[in-house]
Design a protein around this ligand. Structure first.
Ligand code: APR
Length: 258
């Protein structure tokens, strides 16, 4: 017995092919099959350890040297997360989204994940709304650097361009989303008449606003999630199953229709 609703999958594929401008929004659930725990729900990091304080950015600004020492020598839940990220590789769910982009169906991908896996898989029009854990960002000129470009001998490290304060590119709780990425996300969401929403509880804003805006304007939501989320009730197609299994099947059905 196929646990996935094959009829809904066929209809979702038809919806994607007919869409004028389809995009995707992904969350931690996309990377569960790559060995990275989600934050909420079964097996969630916050479920296990409790939600982190919501003032991460203020704490960074209050003592950036201490924050960097913790970032370079993480412990507790953050150690667990960074270790999982370091070992992770893209899974068939990431690859299927690349295929949908290559087929010209998926025009953009907004991810809440900081794990770099969509980039490694080859997604091109990619907006990392919560940043990328492999990058360092200057809070002054907003330039992003690879870790190997930065001198960590003195903490906090300083921007090689403007001497500004450097921070991990990951967006901390309480930190404004960098305007370059946020503008790109709003632009893509405003164009979309169809959105794949995969592996997110849709509880963190502003990312959770995008699918609601698409729905509000009469667009279609295609949810891929083994468990119900905030969006299940407003999704045209809610396909209950793991993204690493459902998305490749969806991409194959789309390819057959082209
Ligand atoms: N395939 C698809 N979805 C899955 C899978 C899977 N294999 N396994 C779990 N899920 C779903 C869960 O049912 C849940 O709805 O993924 C979702 C993960 O939700 P969260 O852990 O809340 O992750 P996310 O929505 O990305 O969180 C948003 O919160 O903590 C912050 O900054 C962090 O970016 C993160 C943001």
């Amino acid at each position: 017995m196929d646990p996935v609703d094959a009829e809904a999958l066929e209809a979702a594929a038809e919806c994607l092919v007919r869409a004028r401008y389809a995009i995707a929004l992904t969350g931690a659930g996309l990377s569960v099959e790559s060995g990275i725990p989600p934050f909420r729900g079964p097996g969630g990091l916050w479920t296990k350890h409790g939600e982190p304080p919501m003032n991460g950015f203020q704490r960074f600004m209050a003592n950036p040297r201490k924050a960097w020492e913790e970032r370079l020598n993480p412990s507790g839940p953050m150690r667990e997360l960074w270790d999982a990220l370091a070992a992770a590789r893209p899974n068939p769910g990431h690859d299927a989204l690349v295929e949908l982009e290559e087929l010209g169906i998926l025009r953009a991908l907004i991810t809440q994940n900081v794990d770099n896996l969509h980039r490694l898989a080859g997604s091109r029009r990619l907006l990392e709304i919560h940043g990328n854990a492999t990058l360092i960002r200057c809070l002054g000129c907003v330039t992003r650097f690879g870790r190997d470009e930065i001198d960590f001998s003195a903490l906090p490290p300083r921007c090689p361009h403007c001497e500004g304060l450097l921070k991990s590119d990951t967006v901390s709780f309480g930190e404004p989303i960098p305007p370059d990425v946020l503008e790109g996300c709003f632009e893509e969401a405003a164009r979309a008449d169809c959105m794949i929403v995969a592996g997110t509880s849709a509880t963190v804003y502003p990312a959770a606003q995008f699918p609601l805006d698409v729905r509000e304007r009469g667009g279609d939501l295609i949810e891929v999630n083994p468990y119900p989320s905030e969006l299940t009730a407003v999704s045209r197609y809610a396909i209950q199953g793991p993204a690493g299994e459902v998305l490749p099947r969806l991409a194959a059905l789309v390819r057959e229709r082209l």
